[in-house]
Design a protein around this ligand. Sequence first.
Ligand code: HEC
Length: 149
Amino acid sequence: MRRSRQIVLALALAVGAAACDEKLTSIAGPTPNLEPTFASLQANVFEATDSSGRSSCVACHTNVGRTPAGGLNLLHDAAYDQLVNVSSTQVPSLKRVNPGSPDTSYLVHKVDGRPGIVGTRMPRNGPPYMTDGQILILRRWIELGAPRN
Ligand code: HEC
């Protein structure tokens, strides 16, 4: 009896997880493969444009042939160590990414275009900006502790 109840629970959890994944695809909008992992954010947002016409971040945030805009290099080998637990250049009291806390992560403030930011909303040549769904997935990765995954 107890075992069959456990099996039912396991099935319910599996179905629930599948439903969540489906929802993720629908909110990912112009980047249908976007997931809340660092590798996925890097490949679909930082280093790529998308079907909405949004700029890639590395159009400006690169050290190839220039000084990275805002002192932030988002190329693949550098990006994680430039973001997570690193103080913002513009607002040094905030980390660019504060693991577990999207609302105190300056990266989120910049892509949201919040009133307290220095400079402009990112990407600087927007619109188009990141969509609400893309920002939600970025926030989720930070909520999950901003792992190097
Ligand atoms: C057209 C060039 C350009 C693009 C594209 C661009 N940025 Fe920027 N970014 C800048 C410049 C210039 C600054 C500094 C001036 C400002 O903030 O307006 C900056 C500053 C920043 C900062 C603040 C860094 C700090 O430590 O204070 C963050 C975070 C940032 N950008 C994230 C992004 C992200 C994420 C994207 C892609 C979604 C992006 N940017 C796309 C040019 C760009």
